[in-house]
Ligand binder design. Structure first.
Ligand SMILES: [Zn+2]
Length: 173
């Protein structure tokens, strides 16, 4: 097995030509014997320490990718906000079908937004789509939520339970 040599180190059997001159970094008169570079011993050691280990390079690439991904997420958050706002407007005008479409779009862009799913569940309930409402609510379990949102969720799941208990009049047996 041959030793791994850093590119700056001399081959084992070829003695480095004794460099002459002064350190090009600090101007010290005595140069390092371990390198052919015009560096004194302290500057050579510092230079070795500055060489980036491969693992740190990989970590740097990973961090760059993570930053890129979070930058890509931002437009999604903006899109989700636009659809959520549109859904709110529809819901306030009692246009539940349009509201549900907007909330579903918002939820697709931001799947973990609690409020979006609560609104989606609510309008689905108003449309009589209990299975969709229940599905949207079930996906919330264990999530942290604001108190008023939690109140909505509790109300809605109670209503859904009632709807499940009493068979709907227009539902076929
Ligand atoms: Zn030096």
């Amino acid at each position: 097995m041959s030793e791994i040599l850093s590119p700056n180190e001399p081959m084992p059997d070829s003695k480095p030509v004794r460099p002459s001159g002064v350190c090009r970094k600090c101007g010290a008169a005595s140069l390092s014997k371990r390198t052919r570079l015009l560096l004194c011993e302290p500057c050579f050691v510092r230079r070795l320490a500055l060489q980036v280990p491969p693992l740190i390079k990989v970590a740097g690439a990973v961090i760059a990718i993570l930053i890129l991904l979070s930058a890509l997420r931002l437009p999604n958050a903006i899109r989700a906000a636009v659809h959520f706002r549109a859904g709110r407007d529809h819901e306030l005008r009692l246009e539940y079908r349009e509201a549900k479409e907007e909330y579903a779009l918002a939820s697709a862009f931001l799947p973990h937004a609690i409020e979006v799913r609560v609104r989606l569940a609510t309008v689905a309930y108003r449309l009589g789509e209990f299975a969709t409402a229940r599905q949207a609510l079930d996906s919330l379990s264990g999530d942290e939520m604001r108190e008023d949102v939690a109140h909505d969720v509790l109300m809605l799941s109670t209503k859904l339970k009632e709807a499940a208990d009493e068979p709907a009049a227009n539902q076929d047996k």
